[in-house]
Each structure stands twice: as C-alpha cells, then as structure tokens.
Design a protein around this ligand. Structure first.
Ligand SMILES: [Zn+2]
Length: 341
C-alpha cells in the first residue's frame, strides 16, 4: 500500500511505477501521504532564488512574465520544478509594468495596435511560451484598446495558447472576460463583482473556453490582510460557489512570499470556503508534471476536518521524483520540510 490517496474528480490517481520496491511502498505509507504533484500557477522566477521550491512542495510553476530566454533556461534546469512560461508581459505603450524597476528590458513588450499584438504573441510562442500574459492595469497607465486586446486573444488561441490577464481597476475584469481571456492572474480585488458576472464566468466552460482564476490572495498584506484581501476573498468564495475554476497561484516574487508552498495562501483559500477536495483540485490543476509526486509527511487529517486543517497539512508537502523511489534504500522525509509560516 502507498498510504491513503486523496484524489478529487478529474485528477489522475498517483500510480507508483511497478518497479518501486515493496519496502519503499511500505515506508511511504507508514510515513505520510502521496498525492498528485502541485503547481504554483503564478510565479516570477526572475525575482527569487527558485532552488528551494521542490523541497518545499512545488513540483511545477507557471512563470507569468519575464525575459523569455531566461525562462527557457529555467525550463531546462532539472533541479527546478517543471517550468511553463508566458515570456514577456504584453501591454499598451507606457502601460504597466513598462515603468517598473523590477521589470528588465525584454520582460515587457509594448503593443500599440492589433498587428503589433499578433506579432508579439508570435514572438512569445516562438520563444517557447505555453500561454500569453497581457496587462490590463487600468489605474497604473494605459491599457490595450479593445481591438488590440482582441488581437492578443485571437492570435494566442489560434496558436494554441491560453491568455492570462492582470486585470486591475474598475471594469477591467469584465473587459477581460468579454474579450475571451482564459485566466485571471489574480482573484479580482479592485471591486466587488456582481453575482451575475461571477455566474457567467463560472459557466463559460460549458459552452466555450473555461475561465480560471489564479488565487494570489496572500499578496494583499502578506499575513496582515488589506481591504483588497477581503474583496478578493469574497469574490473568490462566490466564484467557487458558482462552480468557477480556481487554481493555487501566489505571484511568487511579489513581496515577502515564501519560496515554496505558502501556508497563508492555502489558509486564505480555506477561509474563502474551499474544502479538502477543492484545495487539492486548486493545487493539482489540469496539467500536473509527469514523473513527480507530492508527499505529505505525518498523519493526514480526517476527511471530516475543515478546510483550514487540510490547508495547513497540504502546506507541509515536499516533492518526490518517482525515479528516486526505485532505490530500495529510499527513505521518505520524516519531518515537514517547511512550507511557510
Ligand atoms: Zn505576477
């Protein structure tokens, strides 16, 4: 036996390779719980030292904005989590984040019109991007007009890529949704969204491409919640109740976030109403990396425990490489490696 598996709908169960020796299976089952590998669906590896991520439970990341050449190098590094990336931020001339000190040359492409937008999408795809990031930050400068935004979305979809939008400021979330954006980089925090809009977003996947929200709740105060934190929590909770797709994302690199699973982010998701199954779905997503599993040392909570208990437990996960489990001498980590306080 490999220990209890907690597998939500749509998540493939953890299947240990047949050549994992019985003594390793027994040790794993006695010491903790195996789960599918976890993804942080919003990071900026260029702003952190990513080396600790795997030991602290992150098996894959989605880098949502950097120089594509650097991102390609991370994707080739076997010591890092599996890296999928957006490449450069696409934004209006002078728009966010073209004016930010943390954004190096090459991490931002300013697109003035639909032709420029399509060409910029093509450049990111040619550089290995798996999705495209567009900035709709309406309170920090100009944003792409409707035709340019439509060109970003149309070209990205034609190239097989999702579009992720940083939507901030009044009306920008609705605009992203109407333009066919696939993912919001942040649970909306600028304004309380009406139930009708949330329901429409949650239902879109039934007939068209689904809408997914990346949580990023902890960036609003890093443990000292701000008014935006409360707005985001309320929006996300109602979106989830409406059946909306939520993924765990931290915006790693934005302020004092732990390099690994963020216990505060998971606790905030639980506070928004996500239970055991929804938390795991948010962490695993729909594109888990092959060859890796999550291992949570220590006893698992009871199924009936509330989301906060499960959040704290999941935050203690580490990443195991299935190839390492073939060694009969393999001993799983007995103590929690960390996660974040
Ligand atoms: Zn970000």
């Amino acid at each position: 036996m490999t220990g209890p598996l907690v597998v939500p709908p749509g998540v493939a169960p953890v299947a240990l390779p047949a050549d994992v020796p019985p003594e390793v299976r027994r040790r794993l089952g006695e010491c903790g719980t195996l789960l599918p590998p976890f993804t942080d669906a919003h990071v900026h590896l260029g702003l952190v030292d990513p080396a600790p991520l795997r030991a602290h439970g992150v098996a894959a990341v989605h880098d949502l904005g950097w120089v594509s050449g650097a991102a390609a190098a991370w994707a080739d590094d076997p010591a890092l989590p599996r890296v999928l990336y957006a490449g450069a931020f696409l934004t209006a001339p002078g728009g966010y984040p073209s004016d930010r000190a943390w954004a190096p040359a090459g991490a931002v492409e300013e697109v003035a019109d639909p032709d420029a937008a399509a060409a910029a999408v093509d450049r990111q795809v040619a550089a290995g991007a798996s999705f495209v990031k567009v900035a709709l930050h309406g309170t920090a400068g100009p944003v792409p007009d409707d035709a340019t935004l439509a060109a970003v979305v149309g070209r990205a979809h034609a190239r097989g890529c999702d579009v992720v939008a940083h939507a901030e400021g009044p009306g920008q979330v609705a605009r992203a949704f109407e333009a066919g954006v696939d993912r919001l980089a942040h649970a909306p925090f600028s304004e309380r969204l009406p139930d009708e809009l949330l329901a429409a977003m949650a239902a879109r996947g039934a007939t068209r491409r689904p809408m997914t929200w990346l949580s990023t709740l902890d960036i609003h105060g890093w443990g000292t919640p701000t008014p935006e934190h409360a707005v985001a929590l309320d929006n996300l909770g109602r979106f989830a109740v409406a059946g909306g797709r939520v993924r765990y994302g931290t915006d790693l690199g934005n302020g004092p976030l732990p390099v690994g699973l963020n216990a505060r982010e998971l606790a905030a998701l639980a506070a928004a109403g996500l239970g055991r199954r929804s938390l795991l779905t948010a962490l695993v997503g729909d594109d888990p990396p092959a060859g890796l599993v999550s291992f949570v040392p220590g006893p698992a909570p009871a199924r009936a425990d509330d989301g906060a208990v499960h959040a704290a437990w999941l935050a203690r996960a580490t990443v195991l490489d299935l190839a390492d489990l073939r060694d009969p001498a393999f001993v799983p980590p007995a103590a929690a490696p960390g996660g974040a306080a």
